[in-house]
Design a protein around this ligand. Structure first.
Ligand SMILES: Nc1ncnc2c1ncn2[C@@H]1O[C@H](COP(=O)(O)OP(=O)(O)OP(=O)(O)O)[C@@H](O)[C@H]1O
Ligand SMILES: [Mg+2]
Length: 446
């Protein structure tokens, strides 16, 4: 938990300010004194690592107004108000607005430090929870962006969570457009330093010494690397090396030397991304073994789209919905024929290729009365050998299509079972059974 010991003391009377501050300092707190509410407001921002003690009666802006403003800036900020003797109605009003507590003058100094200690504890807890929540929210949001419920994708999400928590460097393999960069972002967001820098650097644009200098910068006369190089900027966070397969000898030598000589806590976590295409060999052969072992403490393999089963359909409808929102039109529905086409396509360009197809489908539908004219999934524009999905029984296609239809209809009707039953002409019991069979849950649509 974050330890908090700072207290902002706001009072227009110098004597009072000084005696409160002195006592608090003696009790082990750190104080900041302000002689007016305005001064305090200028200094105290959301996330202030401390608490506030303020007098109520002050010229210009009084303590009650300060309290309101402060809670507007940060609703979890503990503010203790100090009231004059017999000012009970004021104290009650302050508590009603959201003051942490009040102290009546003249007060017992022991009670002052007791209250301060409790408020600091509450503040520490609130700040810790807030940062955990923020980190979790951004990490979870990223994981949610990775659409897919196939076993391969479920495993991938688990791997991301496991890998993110451990310390070593990570090597990501995957064909073009499989989501490698997205996964690198997710690793950072759910890892130990989500608020640290996330630096993406593409190695593939040049080679040799130039590549090395672009990554590390040119060392100065004392041998120090410049602070604005990607290597330096990623310190305390994640450095993504895109196209690691294009790494030059010079870069490898330098990287290895740095990994050996730099204290571990000054080295960013390195996520190397390898664009693997079949027949190209792999990074195991391309990198010097000693460097390879350091960079691949953890390894994540992204499955190609053609191995993700029905995810093809849920991903396609999700992508179309995104584009439909961008273009401000309803997303078209996928017919059985189109679904079969999507399920059978080899997708050599993976998710990125699918994004193009989805965007085109939305544009066609916008122009032509809400229907898709032709998906035009091309697979000729690639050097990857076309891999046809191993022959699947008809049942597989029928089920995948059925699942997609229920999924999109539930989404459209925001989980209203009655409307979905009506639209698909399904009795309630059958709908429930099918939803259970496909792992669809009504609560996901509400
Ligand atoms: N599972 C997924 N769910 C939703 N969107 C995805 C998924 N995987 C990838 N995408 C999206 O597809 C696009 C391509 O993903 P990304 O750039 O991460 O792939 P890549 O493997 O890094 O591609 P490249 O090989 O070209 O570098 C991005 O817009 C990304 O957001
Ligand atoms: Mg990428």
């Amino acid at each position: 938990m974050t330890q908090i010991s700072r207290i902002a003391v706001v009072d227009d009377e110098l004597d009072m300010r000084q005696s409160i501050s002195q006592w608090l300092t003696l009790s082990g707190f750190e104080t900041e004194a302000f002689s007016s509410a305005r001064e305090a407001l200028a200094a105290i921002k959301s996330g202030y690592p401390g608490i506030v003690m303020t007098d109520l009666r002050m010229p210009e802006m009084d303590g009650m107004t300060l309290l309101r403003h402060l809670l507007g800036v940060d609703s979890a900020l503990p503010v203790i108000v100090i009231t004059g003797h017999g000012d009970v109605p004021m104290a009650v009003e302050a508590m009603r607005i959201g003051a942490y507590d009040f102290l009546e003058k003249p007060f017992d100094p022991e009670r002052l430090s007791d209250l301060a200690r409790k408020a600091c504890q509450a503040r520490g807890l609130a700040l810790t929870n807030r940062s955990l929540r923020d980190e979790l929210a951004s990490g979870e949001a990223l994981l949610r962006r990775l659409i897919g419920t196939s076993p391969a994708m479920v495993r991938l999400r688990e791997e991301i969570l496991d890998t993110a928590q451990s310390e070593g460097h990570v090597l990501i393999y995957g064909e073009t457009g499989t989501g490698k960069t997205l996964v690198a972002q997710a690793l950072h967001a759910v890892g130990p330093t989500p608020s640290g820098p996330f630096v993406r650097h593409v190695l593939g644009t040049d080679g040799g010494q130039v590549q090395c200098d672009r990554l590390f910068g040119v060392a100065g006369p004392e041998g120090a690397l410049p602070p604005d190089s990607p290597w330096h900027q990623a310190r305390g966070g994640t450095l993504v090396l895109e196209d690691i397969e294009a790494v030059s000898e010079e870069t490898q030598t330098r990287l290895l030397a740095l990994l050996k000589s730099t204290p571990a806590d000054s080295v960013p976590r390195i996520v190397s991304v390898c664009n693997l295409t079949e027949g190209d060999g792999s990074c195991d052969d391309l990198l010097r073994p000693d460097l390879f072992h350091r960079l691949s403490a953890m390894r994540i393999d992204l499955p190609p789209l053609r191995n993700r089963g029905d995810d093809v359909l849920s991903l396609f409808t999700a992508l179309m919905e995104d584009f439909a929102e961008d273009y401000g039109c309803p997303a078209p529905t996928v017919t059985a024929r189109e679904a079969a086409e999507l399920l059978q396509a080899p997708w050599p360009g993976n998710v990125r290729q699918m994004m193009n197809v989805a965007e085109r489908a939305v544009l066609q539908a916008r122009r032509g009365g809400g229907t898709i004219t032709s998906l035009l999934i091309s697979d000729s524009d690639t050097t990857t050998p076309t891999i046809t999905p191993e022959g699947k029984p008809l049942k597989h296609y029928v089920e995948a299509f059925e699942k997609m239809l229920i999924d999109t209809t539930m989404r459209r009707h925001r989980g209203s079972i009655a409307k979905v039953m009506e639209e698909l002409s399904l009795p309630r019991r059958t709908l429930n059974e099918k939803m259970a069979k496909y792992g669809l849950s009504r609560s996901d649509y509400l």
